[in-house]
Ligand binder design. Structure first.
Ligand code: AMP
Ligand code: TRP
Length: 326
């Protein structure tokens, strides 16, 4: 029997952070290594054109994101791993999906509302249309499982709607895609733990996977623990990070201390930064390797795109016939 297909992607908008890792990428590696799925992973450079980044920065960031994902364990022997713009069928399918998607549905997207607030001078049509391109990414491969963080669930629901709108208007062709969440689908910002960890608030809000132990320590030291309103979402977030990165014994120790109301935030912070530094030691080294060997890394990506295109071309051949342009 054919394996279920997985598709997921990340924008090349900055270094990967622990939110990306715990919400999505750790899961990508786990699902890939389970051998149970046919996995497609992508760096979506066309999506990133909707933001403010300049071309030179984008070019180097695409490459860095690729190197980071390889260093985290995305294995081109096991998964189809590629760069979106190297498979032109993504934008072609997005156009077709544009013609079955009501504008009113895109106006409901919370990411569009947030991002148009963040970049008031650049509310471009691409930003509005972003979730349609995302749906095309997923459905070009007829993927049914989409491992993402909480913030992307609405887009995956829209993907299901788009498949349905297309199937109703033409014929039953696209499958239903479902989001796959992790234990921690929403990692919170260090400085504003009421909001998700995101590079758009600034570097001090996130722990990048490539941060040195000194920087990790500095950032965690400044992390907000108590809001002063009887709630401590920051401390909860730190406990969650500890659970993810420390050994079980250390985590248990802090849980026990927490029950007795004896947690010292300074100790908790030290344990969190030590465990994160250690956890990504190996990653930092591997990342350098992929960055230095640029020719080899780029070859991996062009081979990945060739593999992806085999599926993409087949889907588009069918879709063009279904909609009556061939
Ligand atoms: P992005 O960097 O926005 O392209 O996100 C890449 C992946 O990381 C997506 O699946 C997001 O849902 C996930 N992600 C981003 N920020 C967080 C966060 N703070 N907590 C959990 N998952 C996140
Ligand atoms: N919108 C996603 C994000 O910001 C990135 C993305 C683009 C994606 N296409 C996708 C995620 C397809 C999953 C599937 O994180």
């Amino acid at each position: 029997m054919a394996k279920d297909r997985i598709f997921s992607a990340v924008q090349p908008t900055g270094d990967l952070h622990v939110g990306n890792y715990l919400g999505a990428i750790k899961n990508w590696v786990k699902l890939q290594n389970s051998g149970k799925y046919d996995c497609f992973f992508c760096v979506v450079d066309y999506h990133s054109l909707t933001g403010d980044m300049d071309a030179k920065k984008r070019h180097s960031q695409v490459f860095k994101t690729v190197a980071e994902l390889l260093a985290l364990g995305i294995d081109p022997e096991k998964s189809t791993f590629f760069i979106q713009s190297e498979v032109p069928e993504h934008t072609e399918l997005a156009w077709i999906f544009n013609t079955v998607t009501p504008m009113s549905e895109l106006l409901r997207m919370t990411q569009f509302k947030d991002k148009s607030g963040d970049q008031k001078k650049n509310i471009n049509v691409g930003l509005f249309d972003y979730p349609v391109l995302q749906s095309a990414d997923i459905l070009l491969y007829k993927a049914t499982h989409v491992p993402v963080g909480q913030d992307q669930v609405q887009h995956v629901e829209l993907t299901r709607d788009i498949a349905r709108w297309f199937n109703n208007r033409y014929e039953d062709f696209f499958p239903e895609a479902k989001a796959k969440l992790t234990e921690f689908p929403k990692v919170m910002s260090l400085l504003n733990p009421e909001k998700k960890m995101s590079k758009s608030y600034g570097d001090a809000h996130v722990i990048n996977l490539s941060d040195s132990p000194e920087i990790i320590e500095k950032k965690i030291k400044k992390a907000v623990t108590d809001s002063g309103k009887g709630k401590a979402p920051g401390a909860e977030n730190l406990m969650m990070l500890l659970k993810s990165f420390a050994d079980k014994g250390t985590f248990k120790q802090f849980v026990e201390a927490g029950k007795k109301g004896e947690v010292r935030y300074g100790d908790l912070k030290k344990a969190v930064s030590d465990s994160i530094s250690l956890y990504f030691n190996d990653f930092r080294e591997k990342r350098e390797g992929f960055l230095v060997d640029e020719v080899k890394t780029r070859k991996i990506m062009s081979t990945g795109a060739e593999k992806a295109r085999l599926v993409a071309i087949e889907t588009m051949d069918r879709v063009r016939k279904i909609v009556g342009v061939r």
